[in-house]
Design a protein around this ligand. Structure first.
Ligand code: PEP
Ligand code: MN
Length: 349
């Protein structure tokens, strides 16, 4: 139910009360432009029989026929802003998450974290639990890696983003991480998505490389349906017939997803490109397309990376890329935040 601009609290409450009395789940989105009351339930005929169009303050009753509801713009017309420390995804800012593919060791990670921060990263990344295509490849340091991430957060003051692969590990990873990442290979791991719906921390949900945009948004719906609305979507390339790049970055996913959902959409150009020379161009394209952030793999000595060496940027390449994406963002009236760059905000914190 879309309420008329200026609908009173009593009018809104009357609709909510009726829906609850009839056994529908109710989701209220109060925006500056419009207040939307979402009714969740299977019995559409019963909903139609309530005659809610005639209730005072109701402008129109719309059906959301998509498989996702809470994630849809119809339910929540205004952009969701996911805040992580001083950083925000979705509010016109374009924060950059950066760091090595994996946490390889304490010294190495702390060095990488400082280098990423010096070049402008506002969130750190690094996998402690790695979903490797081969069981014989480095699988990550596990909890030791999480402790190193926590130490890097202390050292730099930046929040950390790291992957969680199974529902059992969610409480452990949530203890250490500021953003929990769902990898492309787990985009349809429904027990994992349900477990992430039960926590109250931001989740970065990568699009599986075989997932349609509708399947990706439906995966996000699992997390929101559990009560966690802090979801950041991440396009990271899909599998096509093209073999020159590791995956094909679906730039169209940025405007398409942003039209369909209120959730912020970030782009990972690293896993799409697979080769460092192409990463900056994809990052520039993503920012030009209107993404709400980037996730980029950066390593102090890229060729020595234990995983994903070919796509890791050196800190120098990353810094050059940051300057370019900041310039593109500013043309669009957006801003790439820098660590401790905003004295007004720093003073307010
Ligand atoms: C990663 O971010 O290191 C990663 C494994 O990415 P993806 O799940 O997109 O392959
Ligand atoms: Mn990687």
């Amino acid at each position: 139910m879309v309420m008329r601009k200026g609908a009173t609290d009593e009018e809104i409450q009357a609709v909510v009360d009726r829906l609850q009395k009839e056994g529908f789940g109710v989701h209220l989105s109060r925006g500056v432009e419009a207040t939307v009351i979402g009714a969740i339930g299977e019995d559409r005929a019963r909903l139609e029989a309530l005659g809610l169009e005639a209730y005072p303050g109701v402008e129109k009753v719309m059906k959301v026929t998509k498989p996702y509801k809470l994630v849809s713009r119809e339910f929540h017309p205004e952009d969701t802003v996911v805040r992580v420390g001083n950083v925000q995804f979705g509010g016109g800012e374009v924060p950059v998450i950066a760091g090595p593919c994996a946490v390889e060791g304490r010294e190495a990670y702390l060095e990488a974290a400082l280098a990423a921060k010096a070049a402008g990263a506002t969130v750190l990344r690094g996998g402690a639990f790695k979903p490797r295509s081969s069981p014989y490849s480095f699988q990550g340091l596990g909890e030791e890696g999480l402790k190193i991430l926590a130490e890097a957060r202390e050292l730099t003051g930046l929040p950390v983003c790291t992957e969680v692969m199974d529902p059992e590990s969610v409480p452990l990873v949530a203890e250490y991480a500021d953003i929990l990442q769902v990898g492309a290979r787990n985009g349809q791991n429904y027990p994992l998505l349900k477990a992430l719906g039960r926590i109250r921390k931001p989740v970065l949900l990568k699009r599986g490389f075989g997932m349609t945009i509708e399947e990706w948004l439906s995966a996000a719906e699992y997390i929101l349906a559990g009560g966690n609305d802090q979801v950041i979507l991440c396009e990271r390339g899909i599998r096509t017939f093209e073999a020159s790049t590791r995956f094909t970055l679906d730039i169209s996913a940025v405007p398409v997803a942003k039209g369909l959902t209120h959730l912020p959409v970030v782009v990972d150009p690293s896993h799409a490109a697979g080769k460092r020379a192409w990463v900056p161009a994809l990052a520039r394209a993503a920012v030009a397309a209107g993404c709400d952030g980037l996730e980029v793999e950066v390593h102090p000595r890229p060729d020595e990376s234990i995983s994903d060496a070919a796509q890791a940027l050196s800190p120098e390449m990353f810094k050059a890329m940051m300057d370019e994406v900041a310039a593109i963002a500013s043309v669009l009236g957006r801003r790439v935040p820098l660590p401790d760059a905003d004295p007004v905000r720093a003073a307010a914190d």
